[in-house]
Design a protein around this ligand. Sequence first.
Ligand code: FE2
Length: 284
Amino acid sequence: MAANQQHSSRPCLGYGLGLRKEHYDAVLKNRPEVDWFEIISENYMVDGGKPLDYLNRIREHYPMVMHGVSMSIGSIEPLNPDYLKRLKALIERVQPEWFSDHLCWTGVNGVNLHDLMPLPYTEEAIQHVADRVSRVQDYMGRQMLLENVSSYVSYSDSQMSEWEFLREVAERADCLILLDINNIYVSAHNHRLDPQQYLQAIPVERVYQFHLAGHSHEQNLIIDTHDHPIADPVFELYATAVQRFGRVSTMIERDDHIPPLDELLQELEQVRRIGERELKQQVA
Ligand SMILES: [Fe+2]
């Protein structure tokens, strides 16, 4: 299928933001022109309290998707049934367009690293992760999106590239993909890879969402800090991603040095301009 065709089965929400507590009141008061919000699932997997109250009120006005950070789908520890139960309850409450987590592991032997660790890119790991994704999808009764993480280390055991690994897991588990464009840029820089080759290897029809974010430079590495505006090379990579994947729900993640909402809205306008420009060129 040509990249510029809209995939009939793929919903597109437009241009969104990560919902952050610093913006709760401004969102409710001003109802900004954001097409949708992504929430961090773990912030709302509770029985009550203020965040849940805000979530319920904001959900009345905006489409939402849910994004998790601690499923640890790649770990060798068993999936946490309590976590999955609470996640399912939140899905039932929020009725999101979809839910996602990362293609990574976050801990072992009861220790949570509070970091998204990459996996070895091996056949054994593909089968392991794909089986677990299938089990999660069966339990939730819907497909999930897996996100590519940024990385700073690699394994000597790896037998293939990151993009081959991601593609294989997605196809074997029949899951969807959340492509983080900033993470591709960061990992490509840190491991001296070609980000265009990465994009070209990902199956168009599985990509339901893009993440965009800022990063920081530290000596020879780029760190995925989400504390800056989106960098120009990431905007450029995003433009080529739109050329390949067509119209995909796109959002900005900002997790530190969170600016006033208006500032993020301006950045989102820049994203929208670039996305729509690339889509128009496809049609022309
Ligand atoms: Fe991301």
